[in-house]
Design a protein. Sequence first.
Length: 138
Amino acid sequence: MAITHEAFVAAFPEFANLTVYPQSQFDFWSAQAYLQLNAGRFGPSLDLAAMLFVAHNIVLSAQASRSAATGGGTVSGTAGLVASKAVDKVSVSYDTTTAAVAGAGLWNATVYGQRLYQMMRAFGVGPVYFPNRRFAIP
C-alpha cells in the first residue's frame, strides 16, 4: 500500500508546512521509496520505512533549499553537537560522531535516516534462506 500525504503528515506533523516541505517533494520521494525499499524484507512495516525514507530525503532537500536561498555556498553537509566555539572572528565546530550510528553513512544526516537505518539493520539481520533442490534431503 502506498502512503498518502495526509497519512504522512498525521504520523509526522512536523512536515505539515507545505512552504518548507512541498507536496511535490513528498510525491517524488514516496514514489522513490517504493522503488528502493525491499517490500519482502520490510513486510507490514514497509509503509513506516517509506515514511522514514521520505522524511529523511525531504529534510535534506529543505536544508539544501535553505542553504541555496541564503547564499550559503554549498547545499549539502551535516552538523552535530557543538564541539568547540570561538567568539572573536566567530568560529564553531561540530562533533558529528556523538549522535552518529556506526556504519550508517548518509543515513546519519537526519534522525529519520537513522531510524530507517536501524530498521534496515533489524529487518536484514539473520540468515536468508534460498532453497536449492540439489541439496534437498530425499
